[in-house]
Each structure stands twice: as structure tokens, then as C-alpha cells.
Ligand binder design. Structure first.
Ligand SMILES: Nc1nc2c(ncn2[C@@H]2O[C@H](COP(=O)(O)OP(=O)(O)O)[C@@H](O)[C@H]2O)c(=O)[nH]1
Ligand SMILES: [Mg+2]
Length: 238
């Protein structure tokens, strides 16, 4: 790869999980630069990131995942990277899968590749992930809504595993105004002429600690997703 690639990792108090993720990045994507967006962590996230060879952007206080994501893409945009990828800090995103996404974008198949647990294809069986209970209801609702707004099927709209090219960076780096930044990104991309592919990938369970999207916060996400979708529909009808 002669292209310059940045992979960024949004992280809030992930000192426990980060070393393994950074090791995996070095192994699977040795030529990529790595940025950790440390969002006001109160643990050793920033030190662990530096020790692991990553660049670090630290916020003085917790600004939330939407701000962390915009900052990652903005960093890539400002520094003129050709390709930019994102993986989560909790070990859920196998870097080998991100490498597949980056390769598709690099080859010009699409401008944005999104890793999807719910898409199927060669080597990726349908229904290999079964969300349970409330999550199942949420994902079904989200799928229907996305189909309505995007006018195409999109199965895993909250996936954070992305690979994008320089053309997509200005769109991805715009500030996010909702608690569902990935959905917001897809809606913006849908308004653009950029080519977005949903690519089947496998994901793992979080390595350690707890998901930061639980309880009240997850309800908030569903509500903001619906609000965002409706505001998009209204704008389009004007
Ligand atoms: N920058 C930033 N990252 C966050 C924040 N909350 C979660 N993250 C990161 O976003 C990623 C996904 O969070 P996670 O809790 O695993 O959510 P889940 O996978 O949807 O259950 C992980 O890399 C987290 O460290 C936050 O407030 N700010
Ligand atoms: Mg997670």
C-alpha cells in the first residue's frame, strides 16, 4: 500500500482492552498510522496508547462518542490521509476484518465500507449473530427505518467498523448532533453521491469491562435515531 492510512480508535476508559487492540493493529496493518482519541479518560488510556505506539488526542473532559468520532475523521482530513479506518477500543472489531474493508476502498470498489454483522456472503453465514430481547426489537425497527430513508437495505446501521477514502472524509468529519453518530453518518452519506458498501464481517464480544451503551443510554440512542430519521424525512419532503 503506497497510500497513507490512518486508523483511529475512540476510547473512553479502555486501558484494560487497548493494548491487545494496538498489538493487533501493528500485526495486521503494520503500515497504518494509529490514533487513539482519548475522551477524558480517568484511567491510564492515554499512557497505554502512547506506550503502544499510537498518536493520542486527549480531550480534557468526556465529550461523548459522537465528538470522538468526528475528531478521528477530522484528524485524517487535516493531515491529508488517503484512507481512514475506525475500530473500537474494546476488542470487538477484528483488525483483519478492517483490513478487508480498507482493501475494498483502496481498490476503488466503494468510497465507504461498513463492516456488518448482519450482512451475509461467502464465508459469512446468514443469521450468524442473533441479537437478544430488546436489541432484536431495536435492530428490526432500525432496519425498516433505514430502508425507508435510504431507499436501500442497510442491515447493521450502528456498526462502528468503517473504512473510508479521502473523498468521504469531509462528510464523516462533520460534527455529529445525535447520540447515534453511525446512523447520522449513513444518512449524510445517503444524501451524497459517495458509494457506500455494507460488507459482511465477524465481530467478537467485548474483551473486558462493560458496554458504555446500556440501560437509559441505549433507550436514548433509539429515540435519537428515530428523531434523526424523521428530521431527515421532513427535510427531504420540503
Ligand atoms: N471517545 C469516546 N469513545 C467512547 C465513549 N463511549 C464509548 N466509547 C468508545 O466507543 C467504542 C464503543 O463503545 P462500547 O461501549 O463498546 O459500545 P457498544 O459496542 O455499542 O456496546 C469503544 O471503543 C469505546 O471505548 C465516549 O464517551 N467517548
Ligand atoms: Mg463495544
Amino acid at each position: 500500500m503506497s497510500e497513507r492510512t490512518l486508523v483511529f480508535v475512540p476510547a473512553w476508559n479502555e486501558a484494560e482492552n487497548l493494548p491487545a487492540v494496538l498489538d493487533e493493529l501493528r500485526r495486521e496493518l503494520p503500515d497504518a498510522d494509529v490514533l487513539v482519541v482519548d475522551d477524558g479518560s480517568t484511567d491510564a488510556t492515554a499512557e497505554v496508547a502512547r506506550t503502544g505506539g499510537a498518536e493520542v488526542v486527549s480531550f480534557g473532559e468526556n465529550r461523548g462518542l459522537p465528538a470522538g468520532i468526528a475528531a478521528g475523521y477530522e484528524y485524517a482530513l487535516e493531515r491529508g490521509y488517503d484512507l481512514c479506518g475506525r475500530v473500537d477500543a474494546d476488542g470487538q472489531h477484528p483488525v483483519a476484518e478492517l483490513a478487508r474493508l480498507l482493501e475494498r476502498v483502496r481498490a476503488g470498489e466503494c468510497d465507504v465500507a461498513v463492516g456488518s454483522r448482519f450482512a451475509s456472503g461467502k464465508g459469512y453465514a446468514p443469521y450468524r449473530y442473533k441479537p437478544s430481547g430488546a436489541r432484536r426489537f431495536g435492530t428490526a425497527l432500525l432496519r425498516r427505518s433505514m430502508r425507508l430513508v435510504l431507499r436501500r437495505a442497510f442491515l447493521d446501521a450502528t456498526s462502528g467498523m468503517y473504512a473510508v477514502n479521502a473523498k468521504a472524509l469531509p462528510v464523516m468529519a462533520q460534527p455529529y448532533t445525535t447520540e447515534a453518530p453511525e446512523v447520522e453518518a449513513l444518512l449524510r452519506l445517503g444524501e451524497s453521491t459517495l458509494r457506500v458498501h455494507e460488507v459482511p464481517v465477524d465481530m467478537r464480544a467485548r474483551a473486558g469491562g462493560e458496554s458504555k451503551l446500556q440501560g437509559k443510554k441505549s433507550v436514548l440512542v433509539v429515540l435519537t435515531v428515530i428523531a434523526t430519521l424523521f428530521s431527515f424525512l421532513r427535510l427531504r419532503r420540503r
